[in-house]
Design a protein around this ligand. Structure first.
Ligand code: MN
Length: 719
């Protein structure tokens, strides 16, 4: 969209508004201009020009977007509350509720700006989305404001230029793209590109100009051929060459790691016709004239992009073997591609197509919903950025036939989370086109995906290795964080209670101010945080509790007082720490400890206590944090069995396996897994995974197996 440089007076602005909206209230615009001019009269822009130029330029941009009169008036007034002593009430009184609402919303947005921290930027962005959900016009005015600031950015200091350009490139451009406003996205990107990489930008401008000159003859030859054929078929159409925007070319060079000379679609030929079926007609015609390049044809008419962009794209091998890209669309599609959501906000068309509107707003509503699920502003920004800058996509179907757009390489887990967070969490399997697939399966265009869920099921940390959408990533991380915190909290509570008992201290200290004081060095503020830190193994419970001991005894604190307080192990439970519940335990997979063996516990970071045999090399006290070791002992009795690996070396003789199985079954030992192989020396090697009750039973079984004729060696495997 061309900049109308000559709008530098309110009369020019009003003329422009009247050119598309003869019923506009010229008087209102004149009053808004006068008010703004008066309010800002002392201010100057950084380039020394009177400040009023800025609101006037913003209003002119809104006018090019063919906005209604209130929006344009709000554009004129947008900085008055922020920069002058004007109040909302002033605006309300003079210009009414609607304009006052718009100006106030913009003021709230701009108060968030130019903060340095990433968090503030994220928060700013979140506010913008919320404002947008409330009234899209606020964001359109914000866009116009940012655009004029970008167009005049050279007057600011270098670091401000860089900061604002980066924000424009990372937030404003993707957002404009997501709302389908193609011209704005391109201009945001090119202006940011110009200020962030000035030399690269300058080079590209020159190269593109040169290429345009070189290709002019060739393209007009192609255009003439196409035009002649379209005419012969009596299809109404305009055919013209169109240069890709600079940042788009730059992105392509980076993504495909190619020099400018190898970017073949710097100039594309665009064909605008009247109906969708004529689009396909023209496509057929082009494909019959030249060979299409496989994989380059894209039908965004049949399957529009999520920002409602529609067009047919194809690349063909043109005359003398040169590649040419075509974009074919209707006038209406072209308008939507350029103006996006703004196309529906026009002054007169307040009853714009419900269906289009619904599509934009479904997305927006989901974002706002996501914002509620993701209280962390930064995580939310990451998620949104991921969502709106997604380039390569696959389209898959729900079992009901609804289309879902996902990034390339998306998995069923991504799909599940895109439907609903709960579907993601409870996802245990997936069917693609009726067949069960692994959750890491990469979906293809056109797949029909069905998610199998199970209530009460939770996501796995492994999923993070293969999901591609930010949405899935942040939901999984959030869930894990909450779960781990819960676990850490329970364990921390128990470890602290135990330590207090051990030092003969009152259990009430766990909730005292003193204990927070003792934990101050760890920057811990609340009791809950302290318990979590202990449970995660981040903070040593002994170090904290020792600080609570009365003064005179402090020297002796290295000795552990009151050691004996052993309780009789509870019946029926496998493992037990004195006074601690066994929910949080797991047998370590390095040594597979068994009841009857001496064991020790180690507080892991976030996964509870792992139980090792006390001679396990993992527990080598030279290398681990001794403060995280806890005493553990086995509970007696019960029917619990534990997996144990044993390895049996035999001579290669038939019937031995049957004999071994018989020994195991008479000893009531179940085989849960078995692998057998033969060695070169006519020997056989069996790897058993057995369910064993305790050390005594294991010793007995090993002894009995060793006595079988033909067995060379039986040993327990501890890796
Ligand atoms: Mn402004």
């Amino acid at each position: 969209m061309a900049v109308l440089k000559d709008i530098n007076t309110v009369d020019a602005l009003i003329d422009m508004v009247f050119s598309y909206n003869p019923e506009s209230d010229a008087n209102l615009l004149r009053r808004a201009y006068a008010f703004s001019n008066e309010a800002h009269y002392r201010q100057k822009r950084k380039d020394g020009e009177p400040f009023i130029e800025h609101p006037l330029a913003v209003a002119a941009i809104l006018c090019e977007m063919r906005m209604d009169t209130n929006t344009i008036a709000a554009g004129l007034l947008h900085d008055t509350i922020e920069d002058t002593d004007t109040t909302v009430e002033d605006i309300k009184e003079l210009f009414g509720d609607d304009i006052a609402f718009l100006v106030e919303s913009l003021t709230k947005l701009s108060r968030m700006e130019f903060r340095t921290s990433e968090d503030a930027q994220a928060e700013n962005f979140r506010k913008m989305l919320l404002a947008m959900a409330e009234d899209m016009r606020v964001v359109l005015i914000k866009f116009a404001d940012r655009l004029h600031n970008m167009r005049t950015l050279e007057h600011l200091s270098a670091d401000k230029r860089e900061k604002i350009s980066r924000e424009t490139l990372e937030i404003y451009a993707p957002l404009a793209n997501r709302l389908g406003i193609g011209w704005l996205k391109s201009e945001f990107e090119d202006l940011s590109f110009k200020f962030l990489l000035p030399e690269m930008y300058e080079q590209l401008v020159q190269k593109v100009a040169k290429k345009k000159e070189e290709q002019e003859g060739y393209l007009s030859e192609v255009i003439q051929i196409v035009e002649a054929h379209i005419k012969a078929d009596s299809i109404p159409a305009r055919v013209f060459g169109r240069v890709k925007h600079y940042h788009g070319i730059f992105q392509k060079m980076q993504k495909q790691r190619i020099p400018f000379e190898q970017v073949f679609d710097v100039i594309a030929i665009r064909i605008i016709t009247d109906t969708p079926s004529n689009c396909y007609g023209i496509l057929g015609l082009i494909h019959s004239l030249w060979t299409p390049v496989p994989g380059r044809f894209k039908d965004f008419i049949g399957a529009p992009k999520s920002n409602l962009y529609q067009s047919l794209h194809t690349t063909i091998i043109g005359p003398r073997g040169e590649r040419v890209e075509f974009q074919i669309r209707t006038e209406e599609m072209n308008r939507i591609a350029e103006e996006g959501i703004a196309a529906h906000w026009k002054y007169k068309e307040r009853d714009y197509s419900e269906k289009l509107d619904e599509k934009y707003f479904t997305w927006l509503r989901e974002l706002v919903k996501a914002q509620k699920d993701t209280p962390d502003a930064k995580a939310f920004l990451e998620e949104v950025k991921g969502n709106i800058s997604q380039q390569g996509v696959v389209y898959v179907f729900t079992p009901e036939g609804d289309i879902v757009e996902l990034p390339l390489d998306a998995t069923p887990v991504d799909f599940a989370y895109s439907i609903h967070t709960a579907v993601g969490h409870q996802c245990i399997g997936a069917k693609v086109n009726g067949k069960i697939v692994p959750l890491r399966h990469k979906m293809q265009n056109g797949d029909t995906v069905e998610i199998i869920t199970s209530q009460g099921h939770g996501p796995s940390r492994d999923w993070l290795k293969f999901v591609t959408t930010q949405r899935a990533k942040s939901r999984i991380k959030q869930w894990l964080k909450i779960e781990e915190r819960k676990k850490g909290l329970t364990l921390g509570e128990e470890l602290l209670a135990k330590a207090l008992r051990r030092y003969n201290l009152s259990p009430a200290l766990a909730k005292s101010k003193d204990i927070l004081e003792a934990a101050r060095a760890y920057k811990i503020q609340t009791h809950e945080d302290l318990l979590v830190a202990i449970g995660y193994g981040r903070v040593s419970v002994h170090k904290i509790v020792r600080k609570l001991l009365p003064e005179p005894e402090k020297d002796e604190t290295e000795k552990l007082p009151a050691k004996k307080e052993v309780q009789k192990p509870e019946e029926g439970k496998g493992i037990k720490i004195k006074g601690v519940d066994n929910i949080m335990f797991h047998r370590s997979k390095c040594c597979y400890p068994l009841p009857g063996e001496k064991v020790a516990g180690f507080v892991t970071r976030g996964r509870g206590i792992s139980i090792h045999t006390s001679d396990c090399p993992t527990l080598d006290t030279q290398t681990i944090d001794v403060d995280r070791l806890v005493e553990v002992e086995w509970a007696g009795g019960g029917d619990t069995t534990y997996a144990v690996k044993i390895q049996v070396l035999t001579i290669d003789k038939r019937g031995l396996l049957a004999e071994m199985s018989a020994v195991l079954s008479t000893n009531n030992v179940n085989i849960s897994h078995l692998e057998a192989s033969t060695t070169h020396e006519k020997q056989a090697l069996f790897n058993f995974m057995l369910d064993i009750k305790d050390k005594r039973q294991l010793d007995e079984v090993i002894k009995k197996l060793s006595q079988i004729n033909g067995i060379i060696d039986v040993k327990r495997v501890k890796t």
